[in-house]
Design a protein around this ligand. Structure first.
Ligand code: CA
Length: 69
């Protein structure tokens, strides 16, 4: 179920924005290579899983944490 939701998200964003950037890069507004909760909150399914994905508990999602789902 989780995988299905995450696979669905990029398609939705691509459709909405017409952009082809990977989801992580689209959300990483300040381009620091990390997603904070404000950036992640643009995707409801992502913010809902934020604490679960934030394995090291630093309140940021790295690309590796993001892709580890
Ligand atoms: Ca983290």
């Amino acid at each position: 179920m989780l995988l299905v939701v995450l696979l669905f998200i990029p398609a939705v964003i691509l459709h909405a924005t017409g952009q082809t950037l990977p989801l992580f890069d689209q959300l990483d507004v300040d381009r620091n290579g990390l997603l904070n909760k404000d950036e992640a909150s643009k995707v409801k399914a992502l913010i809902a899983m934020f604490d679960e994905l934030d394995v090291n508990g630093d309140q940021y999602l790295s690309l590796s944490e993001f892709e580890a789902q």
